[in-house]
Design a protein around this ligand. Structure first.
Ligand code: MN
Ligand code: MN
Length: 301
């Protein structure tokens, strides 16, 4: 039972973030790669777990965004801490499981590990995708008590597939925002982190919002930051984000992670949680507890 008058615990925020990620993925998948006007013509406002889309997902089915997050989390749990090779091996095992979808840059990086055993891809101009940002939550949960470890592990897991400063900086900013939210530091702390990102890398400026929502990490960040800061509930935040279309499941997953960490599990509509595929939901919930337990080992003494 959730007592709605109690302040949110770390565990409830963590469950909110991870279930929020999965819900955003499943809600966005049916409208992935559609434009705003195509969505409006087909759905009016898309706000239900309809299933469908180019991947023909079942209602509540998650895609690569949640699956890669789970693979990363499983690697941390299996290694009982951080071991980059174990992470790469989990990505490879996931790729071999013939997932419903896999991004181009992610596939190339995992193939690079498979063939060369390399844990880092070289810098590449076109590698500024959102595929690292979407899968980093397990690192944030594991490092919730240690910012130095958060930075190191975020960059290391990212470079298995993506090596680009825009991707690094976006993922780090999201990681720091999520960590701040988990620690109850709220929107003010998030705004400071987002402002700092925009000051250092003006490409990420999201005011005025340019209404581009592709898988380019700059578009993703602008979409996520705009809707996260300009909505006042979990539901409104996710609905507005995925109705931008473009990389709707990934943008939905990322903003769902932030909104879930801010508003907590209690704010996620039951109409969205109930259809969520059961096996993935159970894995998410088990991982939250396992990662928060391991996180105790990184507490400063
Ligand atoms: Mn996806
Ligand atoms: Mn996507």
């Amino acid at each position: 039972m959730i007592d709605h008058d109690q302040p949110l615990s770390l565990r409830e925020r963590a469950r909110g973030a991870y279930l929020g990620l999965a819900v955003g993925d499943a809600l966005g998948a049916p409208v992935e790669f559609m434009t705003r006007s195509e969505i409006a013509a087909a759905h009016g406002v898309h706000r239900r777990m309809t299933g469908g889309g180019w991947l023909r997902v079942r209602p509540g089915q998650i895609t690569d965004d949640t699956q890669m997050s789970l693979a990363l989390g499983d690697a941390i749990v299996q290694a009982q801490g951080w071991d980059l090779r174990t992470v790469a091996e989990h990505f490879l095992a996931w790729m071999r499981s013939k997932p419903i979808d896999i991004g181009h840059t992610c596939r190339r990086g995992i193939v690079n590990f498979m063939h060369q055993g390399a844990l880092e891809v070289p810098y590449e101009e076109g590698a500024a995708g959102n595929g690292v940002a979407m899968r980093n939550l397990a690192v944030v949960l594991y490092t919730v008590h240690s910012e130095a470890d958060l930075v190191r592990y975020t960059l290391e897991q990212g470079h298995i597939t993506h090596n680009h400063p825009l991707s690094d900086e976006a993922t780090l900013a999201l990681a720091r925002m999520t960590r701040a939210l988990l620690r109850g530091e709220g929107l003010t702390a998030c705004k400071t982190i987002a402002d700092d990102l925009v000051t250092r890398m003006p490409k990420f400026r999201y005011v005025p919002y340019p209404h581009r929502a592709s898988g380019y990490v700059v578009d993703t960040m602008q979409t996520v930051l705009h809707y996260f800061f300009n909505t006042t509930s979990f539901e409104q935040c996710l609905v507005q984000t995925v109705n931008e279309g473009g990389d709707a499941d990934t943008n939905g997953a990322i903003v769902g992670m932030l909104a879930g960490a801010l508003y907590g599990e209690r704010a996620i509509p039951d109409l969205w949680l109930r259809p969520l595929e059961r096996e993935s939901r159970l894995r998410v919930e088990a991982q939250v507890d396992a990662l928060l337990t391991l996180a105790e080992n990184l507490k400063p003494r």
